[in-house]
Ligand binder design. Structure first.
Ligand code: ARG
Length: 603
């Protein structure tokens, strides 16, 4: 209903403008800047929209809010164009103006949705003109080489993919970047250790798997911490690698390939596309980052390390530690790489990505790191005037015990095991249900449904939480057919496909649309809210907004379908109701698609 919303807003501005003389104000430029404060109605009984400006104007003008609301409503009632869209406005409470869209107008909107594969969602690039096609970098997933990808990376992967999908759908050109940890001291120790215990891993592809590599990494780290001699050798190895030593580079390459293959298996299963551009990519730029910061007088040498001290935010009395851009031993670190990456991403092509917005999806624990990096980049003038840079933080994944998710033996949970278990459990649930219903299905069906449901459940459980909060991982909850879960939403789609199988023509056209039941209008309104939600997700980067909307849509649909006959109804109601079924299914399919979840016809 975005277009209706903006029309109503325009009429309200005009009415405000016209009512100002009555209110003792002179019309002029200043009045145009009065915001009618139009919002979606907080409750269905308040109509569709609600204008709140009378309250704040009342204070300024020392008049009662009701007076002001009355004056505005009087003007609205004289505007025939407005009355084509809205019913006569009602004033509620101290002076809220409640606005209800006319039924004919809702029906017209609904008709426009038929045959519109964007379901009313604007295409920003088309709207703003080609030149404004903005490029957005989404930095997500980003696991570390030679380490296991953990649930934190899974959250980043799922949330980052969803945000990328929404931005792409809105017409942005999105660069999905996998900023993998593929550089730094860990390789020195790993190569040194492998040279002694398993040299073939450094010379021959495929000779170790990631599990072994992770174990080797742990051993190497232990030796590094305990053994002075090993430390020296490792540091030497890093210098060789960074200096471009061919053997060291070859070994590094093999280790990266090994991890990459394992990561790719997870991406393939989850249908995630992402482009790898790891930390090593920025290696050639690190020195110039420090040089540029130095020239710009931002660097202070403190105990041998080159630092940028942060400007404190006035409210925050805690002193943030400085961003260290070069260590005492000359090495660069995580922050230096992120500064190089940020500079690169905003730089115009071909030297950079030419982005207008850069988004980082990581756990909330890295918030201070990004605060620091963004501030330094800002002061170095690496963020263009219209540029936006945002950290999208998320909370921890907790186990049943409310603590960070671990296996029973206390180790980090391997992602492939976690996905396997989701699919296995979905299969058990499905087989039990088939049994209860006395249905027979072949193995292909069972595999397809349980894979889709299992993976969808993991994704949806993550996306449906407000990402800032920690969330408790529970297979039972996420796989349940009841509640705000993937199976509940998928089941609503299945129900609608079932209507088609029973002879309902879901391709039906929108001639003679006619509704008579409250449940029908509730569904009409819910369907028409889709565009607004997508724009909200683009702005706030909160996928749970979309999940909540789709959950509500399924609930409103189920209520409608339980209360109102569809296939047995007389015309024109039968057709009109089939149109509602069709648009519900299309909205669910598109919405779930933007969450990275495919739908099913049967389950
Ligand atoms: N590799 C990092 C980690 O595992 C995440 C990287 C996030 N992206 C970035 N540009 N720093 O925590």
């Amino acid at each position: 209903m975005l277009s209706l919303f903006s029309s109503v807003e325009t009429y309200l501005c005009k009415a405000l403008e016209r009512s100002l003389p009555d209110l003792g104000l002179i019309p002029g430029n200043s009045c145009l800047s009065i915001d009618p404060q139009l919002v979606s109605a907080s409750k269905p009984e308040f109509g569709d929209f609600q204008a709140n400006c009378a309250l704040s104007l009342a204070k300024k003008m020392k008049r009662s809010p009701r007076d002001i609301a009355n004056a505005i409503v009087e003007q609205l009632e004289e505007d025939d164009d407005f009355l084509e869209i809205c019913e006569i406005p009602k004033i509620a409470g101290p002076g809220f103006i409640n606005l209800t869209i006319r039924n004919e107008c809702l029906i017209k909107e609904l008709k426009d949705r038929l045959g519109d594969d964007r379901l009313g969602v604007p295409h920003n690039v088309v709207n703003k003109g080609k030149d404004q096609a903005s490029s957005v970098v989404v930095d997500f997933s980003s696991p570390n080489i030679a380490k296991e990808m953990h649930v934190g990376h899974l959250r980043s992967t799922i949330i980052g993919d969803c945000l990328s999908r929404v931005l792409e759908f809105l017409g942005h050109s999105v660069v999905r970047v996998n900023h993998v940890g593929d550089w730094g001291t860990q390789f020195g120790m790993l190569i040194t250790h492998l040279n002694e215990v398993s040299p073939q891993a450094l010379h021959k592809a495929d000779s170790v798997d990631l599990g072994d590599l992770v174990a080797f990494y742990r051993e190497a780290k232990k030796r590094f911490d305990d053994d002075e001699h090993f430390r020296t050798k490792s540091r030497h190895e890093v210098v060789k690698l960074q200096g471009g030593d061919l053997l060291a580079l070859k070994a590094w390459q093999l280790l990266c390939d090994q991890s990459r293959r394992e990561f790719q298996k997870i991406y393939d299963r989850l249908n995630i596309s992402i482009h790898e551009r790891g930390e090593s990519f920025y290696n050639p730029y690190l020195k110039s980052v420090v040089d540029e910061l130095t020239t710009k007088h931002l660097v202070v040498t403190d105990q041998g390390a080159k630092c940028v001290f942060l400007q404190e935010k006035s409210q925050d009395s805690r002193k943030a530690p400085p961003v260290i851009v070069q260590k005492k031993d000359g090495g660069f670190n995580y922050a230096t790489t992120d500064l190089a990456a940020l500079r690169y991403r905003f730089k115009q092509t071909p030297e950079g990505d030419g982005a207008t917005r850069v988004i980082y999806v990581t756990d909330a624990g890295q918030a201070n790191h990004f605060d620091g990096v963004f501030q330094v980049a800002q002061r170095a003038n690496w963020i263009p005037e219209q540029g936006r840079v945002q950290h999208v933080p998320f909370g921890l994944v907790l186990g049943d015990d409310g603590k960070k998710l671990k296996t029973r033996s206390g180790e980090t949970v391997r992602l492939c095991d976690l996905l396997d278990e989701a699919v296995d459990r979905a299969k058990i649930d499905l087989c039990r249900r088939l049994n209860e219903e006395g249905r027979e299905e072949d193995q292909a069906f069972i595999n397809k449904v349980s894979t889709t449901v299992g993976l969808a459940s993991v994704k949806y459980a993550d996306l449906s939480q407000n990402r800032i909060t920690n969330y408790q991982f529970s297979f039972d909850r996420m796989l349940s057919l009841q509640g705000n879960t993937a199976p509940y939403l998928l089941y609503a789609c299945v129900r609608i496909s079932g209507i088609a199988r029973k002879g309902g023509d879901l391709e039906t056209t929108g001639d003679n649309l006619s509704f008579c039941e409250r449940y029908e209008w509730d569904l009409v309104r819910q369907i028409l809210k889709f565009d607004e939600i997508i724009i909200q997700v683009e702005e706030e980067l909160l996928p749970n907004r979309l999940c909540n909307y789709l959950f509500e849509l399924s609930q409103v649909f189920n209520r409608f379908y339980d209360q109102v006959p569809v296939l047995k109804a007389e015309q024109p109601f039968r057709n009109s109701r089939l149109v509602l079924c069709r648009l519900t299914a299309e909205t669910l399919r598109l919405g779930l698609g933007l969450l990275g979840i495919p739908t099913l016809d049967r389950m």
